[in-house]
Structure formats: structure tokens, C-alpha cells
Design a protein around this ligand. Sequence first.
Ligand code: KG4
Ligand code: ZN
Length: 363
Amino acid sequence: MKILGIESSCDDTSVALVEASDARVVVLAEKTASQIEVHKKYGGVVPEIAGRKHAENMLPVLEEVMNGYEPPDAIAVTSGPGLLTGLLVGVEVAKALSYLWNVPMVRTNHIEGHIYSILLQENEKPVINTPTIHFPALCLIVSGGHTELVLMTDHGVYEKLGGTRDDAVGECFDKIAKLLGLDYPGGPKVSQLAEQGNTTAIAFPRPMITSPDFDMSFSGLKTAALYWLQDNSDLLYRDSSTSDDSAQDDIKINTVTIHDFCASFEQAIVDVLVKKTKKAMEMYHPKTLILSGGVSANPKLREALSQLTAAFPDCQFRRPLPQYCMDNAAMIAMAGYYHAKNNDYTDWKTVLADPQWHIYPTL
Ligand code: KG4
Ligand code: ZN
């Protein structure tokens, strides 16, 4: 089945044409227009600008992807959660195409898309032999807008176990990066700087790490990092390799590098995520552990969860390829495929963008 995926929930206008079956996936064509350069100067995504840029980029991106291809068998479009301004562009374009081509539509959830991104594994690109998701699967979704632990008992069947009560992990990385003067999105830069740092240099708090539930909180950690910077910025120097060794010999003991700061901060986040995931694995005995969302690109988190899974022989660890960690339309097409297989289509006339759409039942 050929599925056209459309994603525009945040700052990436992405379109992909995917040919999918249960065992094999071919990404026939894909294109993403990133808006990072535009939002960089504001230090974060500006919804109004994002909507305008999606409107500008959507048709050229679509034209490039569909060039030489017949209309697909289904159209999967991100209908939520996300920024309304962006969602509307994708949803309205998908509705128009559904009407014009007479092709059914799948209303696709962005978070579900991140979960299914793990099926886009590379063998001989563009042909992908998809790994199977064995159920129950435990999903840790960590992105700029979400931090959630979700139990998946079948395709499309989810139960939320817990999640952040305040900031999402990616948001936290980005805010700290901004304080350090790094460009948006700062998560990848913080994790790069952390590579050469000492994870125990600063004892940052791990809020809620021992709470009896699966909930988390990261705003306290963010504030602790802010206060540390305010109190100690004189100790923090940017590049140890360019500093004058002879002049700083006597202050070295007290000096923390930007690498140490990032490593300590990152370790605090990873510790909380791993502890909560471990607790859920002990309770629910998943056969697959899925890590996804933009922060799943973080090497420390990937390694820590890989090590954790090694202690659970019945569980396989799955995470996306680096190119499918961030928002992309191929993952939306994959999630759409599993709905299309079950004839779970929505008439284009009734498809709505819903910025708060959850995949699991809420109270
Ligand atoms: O899933 P995504 O592309 O967009 C949302 O749905 O939010 O995730 C983007 C987030 C940003 O906050 C970005 O800083 C973060 O993922 N991110 C990382 C890394 N790579 C991306 N955070 C920490 N370490 C990374 N290596
Ligand atoms: Zn995302």
C-alpha cells in the first residue's frame, strides 16, 4: 500500500511517499523543509511565523515528493497534537488532495508517528525490512513538547503510565542551551558539549525520581541549572583547550567547564528517565522498549536504555535511526499504514486539527 504522509505540527514541513507492508517498507520519496533558521533568532518556535512558513513550503515540498508518482492509496496527515497554525496547513492540504484524488484519509497522531518511527530501519536504503513490535511495548516518548511513558498493548491501543508534570525534556534542554547562548534547538548542542564533560561535576537534583508513580518533573532541574549559572558563571569557561594552562593552574580545582555543566545536566535527565522506565519494565514486563521523539537522538539516553534492556532478556530495545528521531513525514505514513490496514479512515469533510489530541484515553 502506498501512503502519502504529511507532517506540519511544529517547525518542519515534511512530506513522504511510503510503500508499506507488514514486513517491508520502501520510502519512495521524502522531503523536509526545516524552519530552524527562521525561528533561531527568536530562541524558539513562533507559532504565527511557523504557520506562514508551512503555508509557503507545503506545496513545493509536496510537488517534489510526488514528482513522477501516481496518487497514493491513502493520505496520512498529522492532525494533532502540535501548534494549531501548522496543523491547519497540513490538514487542509491533505483534505484537498483527498477530495481531488478521491483517496481516503487517515487522521494521524504525531506521538503515534514518533512511536512508529522505529519501524523505519535501514538495510539497503530505500528498502527497509521493518522490525516487529512485540506486545506489550513500553514507549518512552521524549520530544520538545512531550515526555511520556505509554504502554502499547496492540497497534493503536495505548495507556498512559505517566509523564512530565511540567516541562518536556526537549524543552528543558533547549532552555538551558539558550541560557548558555547556544542557538535553538539547543538539545543536540548540549549533548555534544556533554560528551567531553564530567557527569558528576555538579550535583543537580533529580526531581520525583523516587516518587511511587511514573510521573516526572523537570522544571526544578531547569531552575537549579539557572541558579547554578547565576551563582557560578565566573567558574564556567567555554573552551578548556584554548585556556592558558599556566595562568589557571591555581583555579583549576574550582573550575567547571561548559562540558561539565552540560554533562551533569544531561545525566540528571537521563537518570530520571531511566529510573522511571526501569520501574515500568519491572511492573509491565514489556517485550519491546521503544524510545522515540527528538530527544531519542541523545546518545547518552540511547546507551543508558540499551544497557537497561540488556538486563531484561525478553525485551528488545528499539529506537529510530538518527534521521527519523526528529519530526518527519515517513513516520506519519507508517502510523497511518496501521490504521489504513484496519480501514480506520476519516471522511475528509470531518477531519479536524486538534492541538491537544492524546492517543490514550484521558480522565
Ligand atoms: O520530536 P521533535 O523533532 O519535535 C517535537 O515534536 O517537539 O523534537 C525536538 C526536540 C528539541 O527540543 C531538541 O532540542 C531535542 O528534540 N533534541 C535533543 C537532541 N536532539 C534533538 N535533545 C537532547 N539531545 C539531543 N541529542
Ligand atoms: Zn515530534
